[in-house]
Design a protein around this ligand. Sequence first.
Ligand code: FE2
Ligand code: FE2
Length: 143
Amino acid sequence: MKPSELVQRAITEHAAVSEFVRNLDETVAIWKAKEVDDKINAIRAFLQKHVTDHFAYEDETIFSALLAAEPDANTLRVVKALQNDHKAISQDVARLNELLAQVERGGDGQVMAQLEMMFRMLLGRLQRHAAEEDKLFAALSAK
Ligand SMILES: [Fe+2]
Ligand SMILES: [Fe+2]
């Protein structure tokens, strides 16, 4: 597959994250769920799909294809920055997972509030990261 085709999946997934964030307060199971277990499962499912699996696809498939197609210093620099971002965001996910486990063990309302705050911060960070990628993907796809 050409890089322009490979990036389509990532672009579509970025749009899904934006849609998720837009609807976060109204429609998403995470804050609507009455059962704590449902909230935990919904957050874990989101993190698996939109961070773990998505990053793996970019790291293993997209970045190498982009660098092969466009091996200049600028592409290399941007890809390196995005990969560092992946590592930093993954560390945030590890911290979130610790909080999720704490909530699961019967954490109080304060832990739940902390979890919600951290999750919202992560979403903001994820969206800024995706916007940077979209710029790179669009620039390279246009070639
Ligand atoms: Fe990424
Ligand atoms: Fe991405």
